[in-house]
Design a protein around this ligand. Sequence first.
Ligand code: 5AD
Ligand code: SF4
Length: 462
Amino acid sequence: MHEPRKLYVKSFGCQMNVYDSHRMADTLAREGFVETQDPAEADLVILNTCHIREKAAEKVYSELGRLRKQKQEAGSDTMIAVAGCVAQAEGAEIMRRAAVVDVVVGPQSYHRLPELLAEAKAGKRVVDTEFPAEDKFDHLPAPTRAATRSRGPAAFVTVQEGCDKFCTFCVVPYTRGAEVSRPVTKILDEAARLLDQGVREITLIGQNVNAFHGEGPDGKVWSLARLMERLAEMKGLARLRYTTSHPRDMGEDLIAAHRDLPQLMPYLHLPVQSGSDRILAAMNRKHGRDLFLSLIEKMRDARPDLALSSDFIVGFPGETDRDFEDTLDLVREVGFASAYSFKYSSRPGTPAAEHDAQVAEEVKTERLAELQKLLEASKAAFDAACRGRTFDILLEKPGRQPGQLIGRSPYLQSVVVNDPPAGIGELLTVTITDVGPNSLAGVPAETPLSPALSRPLAAMEA
Ligand code: 5AD
Ligand code: SF4
């Protein structure tokens, strides 16, 4: 018998890439590949790349440099493939800059990987960055029970891809293309299979997830809220999340879903980017500060324990001190539980890159430091307020000490529990006793909050 061939996949960037990496691994499992965590022993390395900011895109070239050296030193014939958004945006450039690359494959062509690898094996260097007519999801196999188990009880399901919003700073509409929603039946089938394999929490993902408008089994267009209502009826599903949303697409039915669906976690990632109306307009965000703030008020009315996270960009072209103050002010007003913040990075081909009022690097650095200080304080205040609260956590993995397990709170905080009376893949009601910078600690509560949801369908642990 042949030794199985080994596959090492490294994901950069967003959750969509994590999901896609799993789908690629599932496709290649059929071809006899098993996953390894060690690139040195891999027969095939896939870098699943991110193009959102220059820094993210440059990472792929330094990683390729490392791989080239490693291949040379070991005299190995490891194949190297570059996937994801850098592949889509600069496929030819990758081939030119990095002779070590055998295959470049864009996000819409992952189902073609086996053929592309066969061509590469025959000595060709292949680039496939088409947007093919066929639906890749029809050709990407589902994960095996063992693969799902190794990925844990919280899983992602892609429901839509691409974006039609064209924020002036963003490459996504170009790398991921126009917005396309998957048909509802296919999403439900994928979810049912994951639940049957022991998954308890599903995060619906898409670049603009709340713009979802998939074809329903009744032939009508279903919204994200309608899809989630249906998912919430599925046996075994304890928790639902969705990301990433655009403020413009937070429909009334989606807000109502936060009130009506107990499985829908009270945590929403809603990027705002800036607190200045002038900058939001220049970004083509299609919403102002007031719309964002009034949305949050409505969401909190619907679900009083709702917490928010967001994304921010500092130093967008033309951003003045006054604009930046507006952003700080918005952060103070909302009180985010968590947030990501970035310096504006000029991306080739986007309208903002052409702007002549680019902000100086030192100014961006200062503003980012100030914003992050405020966001960290906001997060620390939210975490501190969790002390003494009782909520369910989903146990996901072992902790550092023997007997410890780590679970996720409704707000995605890591919660460490000693000797829990439950296993991985189960919900446990805990009361938070300690709050650290990176995780919380909890003890099992006397009375479970949602006993009906805590019974797993299938054990996650072998
Ligand atoms: N520069 C900096 N940050 C960016 N983002 C998207 N494009 C850029 C860019 N050109 C950020 C936004 C987005 C997140 C995923 O990345 O905040 O919400
Ligand atoms: Fe990019 Fe804007 Fe679309 Fe988000 S909504 S993916 S920031 S263009």
